[in-house]
Design a protein around this ligand. Structure first.
Ligand SMILES: Nc1ncnc2c1ncn2[C@@H]1O[C@H](COP(=O)(O)OP(=O)(O)OP(=O)(O)O)[C@@H](O)[C@H]1O
Length: 239
């Protein structure tokens, strides 16, 4: 479904991402982990054609994202608050996304009913603009916005960050429920190794822009990742 061929991104003399080959099949819940600056957001930005690659390409359903438009009907994303529209209320924003993805207002209203627990009574009918919501509630709006319109590929950059513990549990359940649909592919980056291993059936670890591990998730995966990151702390002499 997603195919990465020799992708690299260089700023000046510094190569921040370099992946020779990566295939992400339909239905996978793909977790991306790595330290700050490892290249996770760069990878997602290349996938969404937000930045241009220095070399190579990423294809979705056999179409290079920097050459075609059809992939845009399949993919939704919430990368950061720049995906939100601050002067809209959450409802206005959801209707706007719905219209973009061929959903009527009534369909969007019906769709939103399933998120009442996730929203915890703080998002809908509050008459607040998105800009005035807390960071965590803005994130909830962005995540649910990315689920509108039956997307085939959903890209979420650090969805657990800024969420309170209860909402993190609700989000894990939500991702698990959605990923049970084999037509839906999730790409999720996170610094939370426990959450990522719990919801993702595959984990790719980026280290300084390189693909360091590509693991099919098993009960041992969390330990393997923790060993990797704690070893790098020791290597750096930080402990
Ligand atoms: N426009 C830019 N100009 C120069 N360097 C950049 C630019 N954008 C990103 N970088 C660099 O690319 C590297 C990878 O950044 P990226 O945001 O992809 O990392 P990340 O894994 O998402 O990190 P984090 O976990 O901190 O969000 C970093 O060293 C960053 O400083």
């Amino acid at each position: 479904m997603i195919s990465v061929q020799n992708i690299s991104k260089t700023y000046g003399a510094v190569c921040v991402l370099n992946i020779a080959s990566l295939e992400i099949p339909k239905g996978e819940t793909f977790g991306l982990v790595g330290n700050n600056g490892a290249g996770k957001t760069t990878f997602f930005s290349l996938l969404l054609d937000l930045i241009k690659p220095s070399s190579g390409s990423i294809s979705i359903a056999d179409e290079k994202v920097n050459e075609g438009e059809k992939w845009k009907n399949k993919v939704t994303a919430f990368i950061d608050e720049s995906f939100l529209i601050g002067y809209l209320t959450p409802e206005e924003y959801f209707y706007f996304l719905g219209e973009l993805r061929s959903q009527t207002k009534a369909q969007v209203d019906e769709f939103l009913k399933q998120f009442s627990e996730f929203f915890n009574g703080e998002i809908l009918q509050g008459k607040k603009y998105i800009r005035d919501l807390s960071k965590g509630n803005q994130k909830k709006v962005g995540i649910v916005g990315a689920l509108i319109g039956n997307p085939e590929i959903i890209v979420l950059d650090e969805p657990f960050a800024n969420l309170d513990p209860s909402t993190q549990f609700k989000l894990k359940k939500l991702i698990k429920d959605w990923s049970a649909n084999e037509q839906v592919t999730f790409l999720i980056s996170s610094h939370d190794l426990a959450h990522t291993t719990e919801v993702c059936n595959r984990i790719v670890l980026l280290n300084k822009g390189e693909l360091a591990k590509d693991i099919k998730t098993t009960p041992e995966t969390l330990q393997e990742l923790e060993n990797f990151f704690s070893a790098s702390v020791n290597d750096n002499g930080l402990v």
